[in-house]
Ligand binder design. Structure first.
Ligand code: UDX
Length: 451
């Protein structure tokens, strides 16, 4: 099949790579001239395991092409994916400018029937707006009879596992105008290679599909925020949240997934989507009490490690240096959007401290975000970050941080304390090296904290 994908971010590029890999002819369209030029040279602008090889191989095989010209994309394909960004507006609602501009382009350029598929995370009702946009452009051109469908097909990939998620999806949601119609049939065919063993396709109406995406992300964010609140309580009352996590996760109704307490969720999806759904609820006259609480807890959680550092070192951190392990919002990505590491670094700097940061993949992103500043040292290795530091703060649970040389850490730090924002270290084991672990919700091993 011939498909065009507008937008070469995480969603668009991974979709393009995986679709071309199973033999589809894919044209990627993006307005970013430099990005497209780079992609043509095989340069993938994001770090995502397995993606670079897929882009290179399928480009070499001629199945994957890149262009800045929307006319080429629209002419080449009967199936057009919208995978452009939906950045937040000031009030938290999603900015649909890019999504609707693809609708404008398709309506202006299409000459034969098309299926337009929305992959971007968009508020309920966006498919209708895309439909109206295309219809208006066709009417202007006197082509009111030209057929097209708008389908909602939200993406559920996780950064760091995006290629694998796309190739082995849990479910494929198709929000269609007519169940059993031509769009559904074509999409079933298109997703055939990823829909083996058992049928993962769920067909529903367009609005339900649009809401499914937000509901999934907000439910997951709610699980995390709930656990973060329990961890806070555990700190106060002298319980160990890690024991509680296992205790509740063993109930299949709760499950073990997404109940890891930590420094708060970040990334391009959860924070933005929770705020966007709050905004949608308000627009419809509903008080989004649960989602407000999820959002508030997360904002608070991002400041928690700093509070713990202050409780230990005092409010004036001038002359102090902290080693920081992990900048990306989670492992296996170089993405630092809404990362808890940023909230922490900014608070440390504001209190006069210096930061020696290390991340396996996000050093460049950090340099781009903060540039050269005297209170930030970008270390070449996790060991180098420790040199001259008062304490170590772990923010992201990259594999390489999981079993470090504790003796070396104890020798390098001025004070034998690790603030473990992800509860990856065993406090008893660390104690054997004379190191104290200050975790999230683990005060049962020590005196209840004052926080
Ligand atoms: C998420 C959804 O999982 C995915 O389905 C959707 O398409 C996009 O949003 P992503 O943002 O890539 O994916 O990351 P995810 O692995 O879900 O983690 C999100 C954040 O939650 C991270 O900051 C992570 O550290 C945090 N998290 C996750 C926790 O704090 N505790 C947990 O138990 C799980």
């Amino acid at each position: 099949m011939q498909i065009a994908i507008f937008g070469t971010g995480y969603v668009g590029l991974v979709l393009a790579a995986t679709m071309s890999d199973v033999g589809q002819d894919v044209t990627c369209v993006d307005v970013d001239v430099e990005k497209i030029a780079g992609l043509k040279r095989g340069e993938v602008p994001i770090y995502e395991p397995g993606l670079e090889a897929l882009v290179r191989d399928n480009q070499a095989a001629g199945r994957l092409t890149f262009t800045t010209d929307p006319a080429v994309g629209v002419a080449s394909a009967s199936i057009i994916f919208i995978a452009v960004g939906t950045p937040p507006e000031e009030d938290g609602s999603a900015d649909l400018r890019h999504v609707l501009s693809v609708g404008e382009m398709v309506g202006t350029l299409m000459q034969e029937p098309k299926i337009i598929i929305n992959k971007s995370t968009v508020p309920v009702g966006t498919a209708d707006r895309v439909k109206a946009t295309v219809t208006a452009r066709l009417a202007e051109r006197g082509l009111t009879g030209l057929e097209f469908d708008v389908v909602s097909n939200p993406e559920f990939l996780k950064e760091g596992a995006a290629v694998a998620d796309c190739m082995k999806p849990d479910r494929i949601i198709l929000g269609v105008e007519t169940a059993g119609g031509r769009s559904e049939q074509l999409l079933r065919e298109l997703y055939g290679p990823f829909n083996r063993n058992h049928d993962k396709i769920l067909v529903m109406d367009v609005r339900s599909a649009e809401l499914t995406k937000y509901a999934a992300n907000c439910m997951l964010a709610a699980k995390i925020s709930f656990m973060n609140e329990m961890a806070h309580l555990a700190d106060k009352i002298g319980a160990d949240i890690e024991k509680v996590r296992l205790g509740i996760g063993s109930d299949p109704r709760i499950g073990y997934h997404f109940i890891y307490p930590g420094v708060g969720y970040g990334g391009s999806c959860f924070p933005k989507d929770v705020r966007a759904l709050i905004s949608t609820a308000r627009e419809h006259g509903i008080d989004p009490m649960v989602m407000e609480a999820v959002n508030n807890r997360n904002n608070h959680q991002k400041t928690l490690l700093f509070d713990k550092i202050r409780a230990r070192f005092g409010s004036d951190l001038r002359g102090r240096t902290f080693a920081l392990w992990g900048l990306s919002f989670k492992p296996n990505t170089d993405d630092i959007r809404e990362a808890p590491s940023r909230t922490l670094m900014e608070a440390l700097w504001a209190a006069g401290a210096h930061v020696r940061a290390y991340d396996p993949k996000a050093m460049k992103a950090c340099q781009e975000a903060y540039g050269d500043r005297p209170d930030l040292f970008l270390a070449q290795s996790q060991e180098q970050a420790l040199e001259g530091a008062d304490a170590l703060v772990l923010v992201t649970e990259w594999k390489s941080f999981r079993s470090p040389d504790m003796a070396e850490i104890a020798a390098k730090l001025k004070q034998p304390v690790i603030f473990d924002g992800r509860n990856i270290f065993d406090p008893a084991m660390a104690a054997g090296y004379g190191l104290e672990i200050v975790g999230i919700g683990r005060s049962s091993r020590m005196q209840p904290e004052t926080l």
